[in-house]
Design a protein around this ligand. Structure first.
Ligand code: PLP
Length: 447
């Protein structure tokens, strides 16, 4: 192969493809500033009251911005109810509490996701059981869920990982057959659709994150959605010192309504209202970047672009819409003859950050390895959980392990405010590294 000018790899002292810095997730503009100022000017930074108080303007349901934000969110998603919270982690815990899960219950979760998906079960004394993920999408594999079901299984917590919808028809079918609750973690899937339906509204509760890295953000924040009136009330009780109000309200199902404070401030809600309006535009930019990048990388057989949905189809054919919180690629080292680490180092030198793997499978964390979440080993040692012996050994979820340790590459810069030109630097650098490998100028032992 002919050597082109500028082909000396940066890792060998050549000029990097890109020297411009990448930007953080800046989504906040004048609209959010004005909205936050209006909430500040009102003088009331929060209008939550822990009881059903007659002392207006304070309310068990929060103030005008919180309530408006929830109405806007519910209507954007076609859900009956939205309940704002102060993070998705709080939202996951509230969902588990609201669905009355706890000691003696097993909750099937993905190991290849954010830690709160499993630790939220532990907080209520339930046991996370890890099922494996689908190779193509990174979300729970229905066959593996089926294999993980025991007489104690009560719920599946499914994550629409990387913004690619999980296989919800199969998962809901399993849930119906085994009478399981379904929680959808949509922290990475704002605006994603499964067969035309927004993710988050298919299971019993959907949970979204508004932390500073997510597609839309309020710094910290989260939202739960549900179509069930009782679940909505339970979420609201858990969010807002539930124990203070159940008696007055005559509410009898008090298990799990111990009452935390997961309340969102008025200022946060004001920012959230504006961010929600920007979601379609932000997603459109992200989707255009992903489409162009996947096109540009298509000629490299050692790289596998993310699918549009859980059926591996292209967007549009089945009503599924992936919204790619990050851009996940699979790397096939045997098709290029260098290791993933060598490839990643070469790309980094070219100015292209690429994470090797996403997160270590959760069961390899100390909590699960030692089976100690709380004092005395609770909840693993609770008598109600004595029958639960989930597999937390290395090898428990082989697909998640292959993805993490061998195949997965993650780039987060497909998001705005980057431009198409920025994003295509990724493809330029990949082309350059690939040329060097084909020309024998970059080699490594393939692990
Ligand atoms: C970010 C994230 C969370 C946690 O969100 P917070 O709002 O930071 O608590 C939960 N699940 C997934 C899949 C996430 O990506």
């Amino acid at each position: 192969m002919k050597t082109q000018a500028g082909d000396l790899l940066a890792v060998h002292g050549g000029t990097p493809v890109r020297t411009n810095p990448w930007q953080d997730n800046f989504t906040i503009g004048n609209e959010e500033k004005q909205a936050a100022l209006a909430a500040l000017d009102s003088g009331y930074l929060s209008l939550f009251e822990g009881s059903h108080t007659p002392d207006l303007p304070f309310s068990f349901w929060g103030g005008p911005w919180v309530q408006q934000f929830e109405r806007d969110w519910a209507s954007a998603y076609g859900a009956r109810y939205a309940v704002s919270v102060n993070s998705a982690t709080s939202g996951l815990m509230a969902a588990i509490g609201a669905l009355n899960l706890g000691y003696g219950d097993e909750i099937i979760v993905s190991p290849y996701t954010m830690s709160a998906c499993a630790s939220s079960a532990l907080v209520y004394g339930a046991i996370p059981v890890f099922a494996d993920v689908d190779r193509a999408t990174g979300s729970l594999d229905p066959a593996s869920i089926r294999a993980a079901i025991t007489p104690r299984t009560r719920a599946v917590l499914v994550v629409h990982q990387f913004g690619i919808p999980a296989d919800m028809d199969s998962i809901m079918e399993i849930a119906r057959t085994h009478d399981l609750k379904v929680i959808e973690d949509c922290a990475q899937a704002h605006g994603a659709k499964y067969r035309g339906t927004p993710v988050g509204t298919i299971g019993d509760v959907g949970v979204f994150s508004l932390n500073v890295n997510k597609t839309i953000q309020t710094g910290e924040g989260g939202v739960c959605v549900t179509n069930d009136e009782d679940v909505r009330y339970r979420l609201a009780l858990i969010r807002n010192h539930g124990e203070a109000v159940v008696e007055a309200a005559g509410y009898r199902q008090i298990e799990n309504i111990i009452g935390f404070n997961y309340r969102m401030t008025e200022v946060t809600a004001a920012i959230g209202i504006e961010q929600l309006k920007k979601l379609p535009g932000l997603n459109q930019t992200r989707l255009a970047h992903v489409a162009a990048l996947s096109d540009a990388l298509a000629r490299h057989s050692f790289l596998q672009a993310p699918p549009a949905c859980c059926h591996g189809m292209q967007a549009g054919n089945c009503g599924c819409l992936s919204t790619y919180y990050v851009y996940p690629l699979r790397f096939h080292s045997e098709r290029i003859g260098i290791s993933r680490a060598t490839f990643v180092d070469a790309l980094r030198a070219e100015g292209i950050p690429m994470a090797a793997g996403y997160v270590r499978p959760l069961y390899l964390q100390p909590i699960y390895q030692s089976r100690k979440a709380f004092k005395h080993g609770y909840p693993f040692t609770a008598p109600e959980n004595a029958e639960s012996r989930p597999n937390y050994e290395r090898g428990a979820c082989p697909v998640a392990e292959v993805l993490h340790y061998e195949q997965m590459l993650i780039n987060e810069h497909v998001r705005p405010p980057h431009t198409l030109e920025d994003v295509l630097d990724i493809a330029k650098a990949v082309d350059k590294v690939e040329r060097a490998v084909r020309a024998g100028r970059l080699a490594s032992a393939v692990s």
